[in-house]
Ligand binder design. Sequence first.
Ligand SMILES: [Zn+2]
Length: 98
Amino acid sequence: MQTKTVCTGCGNELSSSSKFCTQCGKEVTVSGDLITLDNVSKELLISIFEAAYMDVKLDNKGDIVVKEQLHCYVFLMEKQRIIRLLIVIRVKPGISAS
Ligand SMILES: [Zn+2]
């Protein structure tokens, strides 16, 4: 699945393979740029996970899912002031607490 990166300089939507913004020419980097209230977006969060070589995708509801050993949902909550992580842990059937 093709994900989009957003320029932290001007907000222009970029293809994930872009090295420079086609709008303002800013170099596309993730590390070193801060996530702020103005620039936080699902696309920026995804680009950060991708930069860390993590297996990340948008699911069919548009939620960010990080598929490492545990699947982790990433939600941008409350007018982008809260980033909530939700980890779903499944217990194998037949295992009981003893
Ligand atoms: Zn730009």
